[in-house]
Each structure stands twice: as C-alpha cells, then as structure tokens.
Design a protein around this ligand. Structure first.
Ligand code: NDP
Length: 244
C-alpha cells in the first residue's frame, strides 16, 4: 500500500518549483493530484508530464471567484479534497519607500489571501469528511524578515498566524493545519540572485548548500501523512539551519 493511495490532493501552483515536486511525490505515492497555475494549458501540460494521476487547472489563486471555480472543479472531477497544499506564491521585491501599490497588493493577495480563499472553499468537504490535512507554504522570511521584502514577509508572517488560528478552529474535526518554512531553495523564484549574493546567503546556511525542491516536498508529505496525525499548528523549517 502506497502512503497516499487514493487520497485526493490539491497543490496550488504545482506547475513548477516546490509545488511541482510536491505534486509529483504525492502522485508517485498513489494520490489523485490536482495542480493549478495561472494558465490552464500550462497547468494541463505540467500535469500530463508527471507520472501518475495528475490533473491541471487554470486559476488565479489570488482571485476569490477563480478559487471557488477551482475548488468546485476539483471536487466535481475527483470527488473531494483531503489534502490541500497552499504553495502558489510570488515575490515583487523592492525597498518600501519605492514600493508600488500593485507590488504590495499582488504579493498579499497571491501569498496570503489565497490561503483564506482555498481553505474556506475546501472547508465544507473537509468538515463533512471529518478529515483534512492542510499545509501552507510560509518562509524563513516570514519569521525573521528580510530588507527589500516587506510585502513578502508580511504575507508569509500572516500565513503563520493564519495557520495557527485555523488549526484551533478545525482540530476537533480531525483536520490538521501546519506550515512549512523553506529557507533558500533553488527554483525560478530564487534564480535571479547574482552569484555574489548567492554565496553570501549560502555562507549563512549551516548545511552549506541550497535546498532542493525535493527537500521541501518530503516535509510537506510528512505533514500530510498519518505519521503526523498528532501535529497541528506547527511551522516546520526546511532551511538547512538558516533560520536558527
Ligand atoms: P516558483 O516561482 O518556482 O513557482 C511558483 C508557482 O506558483 C508556480 O507554479 C506558479 O504557476 C504559481 N503561481 C504564481 N502565481 C499564481 C497565481 N496568481 N495563481 C496560481 N498560481 C500561481 O516558486 P517556488 O516553487 O520557489 O515557491 C513555492 C512556494 O514556496 C511559494 O509560496 C514561495 O513563497 C515559497 N518559498 C520558496 C522559497 C524558495 O527559496 N524558492 C523559500 C521560501 C518559501 P504559474 O506560473 O504556472 O502560474
């Protein structure tokens, strides 16, 4: 028996990076997996490229109506949602005094409002089943801050408060809500960092390397598994010790 045999999993933003690694792992371990990205064709292609039962949806995760359609679509096609990974995210870095309103709003709605929209829309199905595993992607930046990322840090810190609060609301229904806080992981999101800046960051990482998307996916899968049934409201740092 595989670890997630027949479980229905939704990974937001599973078209690439950490989300793609999470989706691929769940699918390899027997789950029916839904992923989404902003463009439906891209999401469908990404789903088709993965081994196992993976379905792609187009959705702007920061738009409430788009999320409602996503959740309705996944439930109509796969029957339910048992595991929800709120992974989709963006950065729009800049110093606060020069930050545009759109850079603030886009980061907040994509990284924080999205979790509210998905959790609320998926709640009925999870509460009815008296089962749910929710894993929200935060960041070490949400715990420690980072100059040039006030918008992103605010969203990711918000995710931690959201996680702990929602965990208290739904614990009695056998729904766990946890967060994963990656440090520096090699994906498109971090690809623009210059060589010198990368060296400086990695120098601060006790394990002396960037994390891989698989490092993060393993932590997400653990929190979604039966082995983590008594863990809720936690923040699991997967950062090579960066945030210590
Ligand atoms: P990537 O930039 O590699 O991937 C981002 C994913 O989010 C893509 O699949 C993208 O899909 C999706 N996405 C972005 N905006 C939207 C939107 N409006 N609607 C739907 N999907 C969207 O990011 P990572 O894999 O690096 O990051 C994943 C998560 O981990 C994020 O929440 C990030 O903040 C967090 N994190 C990452 C770290 C890192 O070092 N990489 C460190 C700490 C946290 P598409 O482009 O197809 O729309």
């Amino acid at each position: 028996m595989k670890r997630f045999e027949n479980k229905v999993v939704l990974v937001t933003g599973g078209t690439r990076g950490i989300g793609q690694a999470c989706a691929a792992l769940f699918a390899r371990e027997g789950a029916k997996v839904a992923i989404c990205g902003r463009d439906a064709a891209t999401a469908t292609a990404a789903a088709g490229a993965m081994e196992g039962d993976v379905h792609g949806y187009g959705c702007d995760i920061g738009d409430v109506e788009s999320v409602k359609s996503l959740i309705d679509g996944v439930i109509a096609e796969l029957g339910t949602i048992e595991i929800l990974v709120n992974n989709a995210g963006i950065t729009r870095d800049g110093l606060l005094m020069r930050m545009k309103d759109t850079d603030w709003d886009d980061v907040l709605r994509t990284n924080l409002n999205s979790a509210f929209y998905t959790c609320r829309a998926a709640a009925r199905s999870m509460l009815k089943n008296r089962y749910g595993r929710i894993i929200n992607l935060t960041s070490v930046v949400g715990m420690h801050g980072q100059g040039g990322q006030t918008n992103y840090a605010a969203a990711k810190a918000g995710i931690i408060g959201f996680t702990k609060s929602y965990a208290q609301e739904v614990g009695s229904r056998n729904i766990t809500v946890n967060a994963v806080a990656p440090g520096f992981i090699g994906t498109d999101m971090t690809a623009d960092l210059g060589e010198k800046a990368l060296e400086t960051v990695l120098d601060r990482v006790p394990l002396k390397r960037a994390g891989t998307v698989e490092d993060v996916a393993e932590g997400v899968a653990f929190l979604a598994s039966d082995a983590a049934a008594y863990i809720t409201g936690e923040v699991l740092c997967i950062d090579g010790g960066l945030g210590m």
